[in-house]
Ligand binder design. Structure first.
Ligand SMILES: Cc1ncc(COP(=O)(O)O)c(C=O)c1O
Length: 483
């Protein structure tokens, strides 16, 4: 895989052994052990030399550090588990760090890299949290979550998605991220393949690697609204395929799988007895055509094979409360609960009371959430229209979530004096930070280097200002662009 272009490694610890010296001389290697087998995919690529591997263990070399403040002769083995080395550090950190430094220096940077709603948690929810604390509801809850919350979740899933679960088929965790990771850990054995339509949320391939499984990337294209063709899925499946991860509405593209396509996917899935589906529906309440959202588990024959993840973070503006949940067949949910019982135990008691209040706000969060979604929709419309007017730029109109994934590859190849050549999404984002003072997330972080993710979890006024700045910076590139 393309990963063999490992980033230059800097070794930050002292090197008592002479043979370690080679590491400090820019020695470079692939840090990825598992490869995507379906297509070559640049998840491990760094177009700009980002120092993202501060420490690593090279085969046959044991990193050693001297203990500080001790007798001075004791060596400490700094070896990390191969599991750590298999995981890629966040591609977005370098640019966010740069933006933070600029902000600290007083430079008026606009960040559209945000992965959370810009709204406050609705007051009904926040008040429930305050009350929980005041009333002393501050002790451990059952590992799987309170019966009160799990019962309310079952009721909502039935009303909103037409799927039936009992409370023992629900596991409440510290955010959807934990729910997803536990599910991946529980169903994947070493060597299994995890099918991931891409562009995808950054954590899926890394979670698969942590489970010692192999991420298998199925590319989607902007011309197909980033939706996976079921024939491509069919071609990617083998006897090793264990888990298909679907995300709808999607981060980063905002695409929503129509029911018809999900039905085709379900038919393909049904042909493979070993294959399970993880349906990430974290953004399900943020859709611009609510009737189009279909839960994969509601399709004929799919309930038994589907683990569905929902969160409170995105729709209820509760990112910091850390609450999400898994629903699925009891066999898998209990296995996830077993892992959770040894890892974190039950989620926060206060957050669970707040989440219960969130579910009491009505279907899809009722009026309060509808107001937020309306605001997101206006912002989406503004961005689609504005960027759509730029020549050469390709857009797929997001149907949900609060990001838009725009193809700016028409600007690649342009050379900027004092900056260099723009040769991909990372360098374009660095250029836009340098010259427009706007932070965006390079598409390469999501597995698609032609695009850049723009979050519209920001006011219309901010988006107008950001667009003006981006447009000015892009127009300056145009004469030099090769396409
Ligand atoms: C697609 C997707 N799934 C899951 C999560 C995790 O959400 P949380 O752990 O905040 O509930 C995120 C967070 O950004 C996401 O984008």
């Amino acid at each position: 895989m393309a990963a063999s272009a490992g980033a230059p490694c800097a070794v930050s610890f002292s090197q008592p052994h002479a043979h370690l010296k080679q590491l400090s001389l820019g020695f470079s290697r692939s840090i990825s052990s598992s490869a995507s087998k379906f297509v070559s995919f640049p998840f491990n690529f760094s177009l700009r030399a980002v120092d993202n591997t501060k420490e690593f263990k090279s085969p046959g070399i044991t990193p050693i550090a001297k203990a500080r403040g001790g007798p001075g002769h004791m060596d400490i083995d700094l070896t990390l588990s191969p599991r750590v080395n298999a995981v890629q550090p966040s591609k977005t950190l370098a640019i966010i760090d740069q933006a933070t430094a600029l902000l600290k220096a007083g430079v008026p940077v606009i960040s559209l890299a945000i992965g959370e709603p810009d709204f406050d948690t609705p007051s009904v929810i926040a008040d429930a949290g305050f009350n929980a604390i005041r009333e002393g509801y501050t002790r451990y809850t059952p590992n799987a979550g309170t019966v009160e919350l799990r019962t309310a979740i079952c009721q909502r899933l039935k009303e909103e998605n037409g799927i039936s679960y009992t409370p023992d088929q629900i596991l409440v965790s510290n955010g959807a991220k934990q729910s997803i990771f536990q599910a991946v850990l529980v169903v994947c054995s070493p060597g299994d393949e995890v099918i991931i339509p891409t562009p995808c949320w950054v954590s899926y391939p890394e979670m698969a690697r942590l489970a010692e499984a192999t991420p298998v990337i199925v590319p989607t294209s902007i011309s197909e609204n980033f939706l996976m063709d079921h024939k491509l899925l069919d071609a990617a499946l083998t006897e090793k395929s264990r888990l298909l991860i679907l995300c709808s509405p999607s981060n980063p593209s905002g695409s929503v799988y129509p029911k018809k396509l999900l039905e085709e996917i379900a038919k393909t899935v049904a042909k493979h007895p070993r294959l399970l589906v993880l349906s990430d529906e974290t953004y399900k309440h943020i859709t611009y055509a609510p009737a189009t959202h279909t839960s994969f588990a509601s399709l004929p024959g799919m309930w038994e094979r589907t683990l569905t993840v929902n969160g409170f973070s995105k729709a209820f503006a509760m990112t910091g409360w850390r609450l999400g949940y898994l629903s699925g067949p009891g066999h898998f949910v209990s296995a996830c609960a077993k892992i959770q019982s040894q890892l974190t135990s039950g989620a926060s008691s206060v957050a669970q009371k707040a989440a219960f209040a969130a579910l009491s706000m009505g279907n899809a969060g009722g009026e309060t959430i509808a107001t937020m979604v309306k605001a997101f929709r206006e912002r989406r419309d503004f961005l689609v229209k504005s960027f759509g007017e730029l020549e050469g730029v390709k857009i797929s109109e997001p149907q949900g979530a609060f990001h838009i994934f725009i193809d700016f590859s028409c600007y690649y190849g342009a050379e900027v004096e004092g900056f260099g050549v723009i040769n991909g999404s990372e360098s374009l984002c660095h250029y836009l930070l340098d010259s427009a003072r706007v932070v965006l997330v390079p598409g390469v972080a999501f597995g698609d280097d032609t695009c850049v993710r723009i979050s519209y979890a920001a006011s219309l006024e901010t988006l107008r200002e950001a667009f003006g700045r981006i447009k000015k910076a892009l127009v300056a590139l145009r004469p030099a662009a090769t396409v």
